[in-house]
Design a protein around this ligand. Structure first.
Ligand code: NAP
Length: 247
């Protein structure tokens, strides 16, 4: 999987799945923009890891929920590495609660970050991608919750379901430009996002997973790397990475 000469932007690359993805893409030769929201120290650590392995990385702070910050994020990538080839829309948050108790701000924050954030980054990356005329790869992080729903996650499932529909639509719009657009739908992955689950809930989840374990960030990152480095003939697809939690 050779990504030499390519530039990848990974949103939310300071931790979890984004961090593992940034490191995998860099190991395959891509120059990586490590985006983060507030955790500069963690983003700096990812950059250090990549550079210590001989790779290229720069950190860029931007809130994906803010359109103008996404414009600046794309411009920073051009300023640092002169081109953009791969966009991984990974940044995401949860604000779980049953709908009866879900506050308006918890609905809105999740929609703004997890769904509008994907629109903001895709919309702002299009101009440089189309100008380059050399195709591109966009990979969006969905979730099995967006495919099947999940109690306590009406906001999150709605956002991720939206990401899936958005992915399919964009794949149709950009196919003729050799820009593939796919989604990866993780199940339960061991990151800070799922660390808040109690041991009892984790045990119940593991019972439902055929592989008998939660996933690791690297389990997802290797699928993202595959899509990022593929010929592009896979597009408009949603690939679950869930150890057979749902089928
Ligand atoms: P995580 O460990 O909680 O990390 C979240 C990352 O997103 C951090 O780098 C964070 O940056 C960044 N971020 C949050 N809000 C942001 C914003 N407004 N702008 C820019 N960056 C922002 O999450 P994860 O578990 O790796 O999840 C990554 C993606 O996979 C998410 O889209 C999530 O919905 C999806 N997913 C995860 C699971 C799972 O089980 N973990 C399952 C299905 C789908 P800071 O460090 O600066 O805060």
């Amino acid at each position: 999987m050779n990504l030499e000469g390519k530039t990848a932007i990974v949103t939310g690359a300071s931790r979890g799945i984004g961090r593992a993805t940034a490191i995998y893409l860099a190991r395959s030769g891509a120059a990586v923009i490590v985006n983060y929201a507030g955790n500069r120290e963690a983003a700096e650590e990812v950059k250090q890891i990549i550079q210590s392995e001989g790779g290229k990385a720069e950190i860029v702070q931007a809130d994906v929920a803010d359109y103008s910050q996404c414009e600046s994020l794309m411009q920073s990538a051009i300023d640092h590495f002169q081109r953009i080839d791969i966009l991984i829309n990974n940044a995401g948050i949860t604000r779980d609660n049953l709908l009866a108790r879900m506050k308006v701000e918890d609905w809105q924050q999740v929609i703004d970050t997890n769904l509008s954030g994907v629109y903001n980054c895709c919309r702002t990356v299009l101009r440089p991608l189309l100008k380059q005329k050399s195709g591109g790869r966009i990979i969006n992080l969905a979730s099995v919750a967006g495919l099947h729903g999940n109690t306590g996650q009406a906001n999150y499932a709605a956002a991720k379901g939206g990401v899936i529909a958005f992915t399919k639509t964009l794949a149709k719009e950009l196919g003729s430009r050799n820009i593939s657009v796919n989604a990866v739908a993780p199940g339960f992955i061991e990151t800070e996002m799922t660390a808040q689950l109690s041991e009892q809930v984790k045990a119940q989840v593991i019972e439902r997973i055929a592989l008998g374990r939660l996933g690791k960030a690297e389990d997802v990152a290797e699928v993202i790397l595959f899509l990022a480095s593929s010929s592009g003939y896979i597009t408009g697809q949603v690939i679950p990475v869930d150890g057979c939690l749902v089928m």
